[in-house]
Ligand binder design. Structure first.
Ligand SMILES: [Zn+2]
Length: 394
């Protein structure tokens, strides 16, 4: 382990026990424009009854939605955030408000409804408000079976929304990871959206619009959540993990505005070293045109979780970018670890104007396909063979 990682691990251990409640706007990383927009919507009483928060989990879709709901219910709204002390805020801070209902994917072999899992749900939000679908799966099922939003839960939410609100105000249904709704649930939601109960707000959170019925999308107001600006992400991790600014910049740039990706890179598990190892492995077998090694390589990486696979792809882009910088002597190499620099010394000359755009295109495409649940083995086999073709174009 190099000094950089020892340094990072030290701070992870130091801050690892803090519990953070991501319910205030101030706890949402960056996204200032969007925050102002959401606050304005509430102040002007223009809250649309069905909203779709669209974006990657690591951009902060869930924390933003929670902060939005808390502000909506707050009895003593401040200019830019909820008060945190009124009766509504207190209930919201514990995720115990009786008029706010949560629906999320569950493992149907274990549970039929979301309610029994609410303690876990509260737990994961308190531990880390930015979490992925994989994190949630790990949290609720040791066997890592795929959680979905299913049929029985759809009957449950109809019952819940038919009830009068306890406190006379809004009733909210928040559906997290709506990408995983089965068709029965999706159709039920569609019916509810067609005839929305009075004073009911439905917030769907999803990563990809393509995973939802077009008829649902067209009945919601889409709130697109963009990636976190690199400067804001860097400032946040610098402060939270007491990182040096150059290291924080490098991590922020590699994670492409996704806080979950950034925290993977900062985590105790040495993901960067693993990424480096498989990147080097790939480039070696691609260079030697060794098909068996390429297939084995694809086999190995297809066993990783999806977030780790995506993380590897962004790491690959990062390394390729540094090859070019090195070729053009543009510096910035201080961001690289000693091992990376060592590898790039010989490898960089294989990345040139003749192939860099091809590499970029297929890696971005691989990312796109993984996001849409493509078979990872196919995606990575394809990546290996493309790497072989393009590396020899230099
Ligand atoms: Zn309040």
């Amino acid at each position: 382990m190099d000094t950089k990682n020892i340094f990072i691990n030290f701070f992870i251990k130091k801050v690892g026990i803090c519990l953070i409640l991501g319910m205030f706007f101030k706890d949402v990383i960056g996204q200032n424009e969007l925050k102002s927009h959401l606050i304005r919507e509430i102040k002007n009483e223009k809250v649309s009854h069905a909203q779709l928060f669209l974006g990657q989990s690591g951009y902060g879709t869930l924390p933003l939605a929670l902060a939005f709901i808390q502000y909506l219910f707050c009895e003593n709204k401040r200019e830019n955030d909820s008060c945190g002390v009124c009766a509504s805020c207190k209930k919201n801070l514990d995720l115990q408000h009786p008029d706010i209902h949560f629906t999320f994917p569950i493992v149907l072999a274990e549970d039929k409804f979301c309610d029994p899992l609410l303690p876990r749900w509260r737990e994961i939000i308190k531990e880390k408000p930015y979490f992925s679908y994989e994190d949630w799966t790990e949290k609720i099922d040791k066997k890592l079976r795929k959680p979905v939003i299913g049929t029985d839960e759809s009957a449950q939410i109809v019952r819940k929304l038919a009830l009068k609100s306890y406190e006379g105000g809004y009733k909210v249904l928040l559906i997290w990871k709506a990408d995983e709704m089965n068709h029965v649930f999706a159709n039920k939601i569609l019916k509810i959206l067609e005839e929305p109960p009075e004073k009911t707000l439905i917030i769907l959170i999803a990563e990809n619009q393509e995973n939802l019925l077009q008829t649902i999308v067209s009945r919601t107001q889409i709130v697109k959540i963009p990636f976190i600006l690199q400067s804001e992400l860097s400032a946040h991790i610098q402060n939270k993990f007491s990182l040096e600014s150059s290291l924080a910049d490098s991590i922020a740039s590699q994670s492409e505005g996704n806080y979950i990706q950034a925290s993977y890179l900062i985590s105790g598990e040495d993901i960067q070293a693993k990424n480096r190892e498989i990147f080097i492995q790939l480039m070696r077998c691609a260079f030697k045109k060794n098909a068996i090694d390429m297939i084995n390589w694809a086999e190995e990486i297809s066993q990783f979780g999806k977030e780790k696979q995506k993380n590897f792809l962004t790491y690959s882009l990062y390394m390729l970018r540094h090859c070019l910088l090195k070729n053009y002597q543009m510096g910035m190499l201080s961001m690289l670890s000693k091992e990376e620099e060592e590898f790039l010394k010989n490898f960089a000359r294989f990345i040139t104007n003749n192939n860099i755009f091809k590499f970029y295109d297929f890696i971005n495409q691989a990312y796109f396909f993984l996001d849409r649940n493509a078979n990872p083995k196919l995606v990575f086999t394809n990546m290996a063979f493309n790497s072989m073709r393009y590396i020899h174009l230099a």
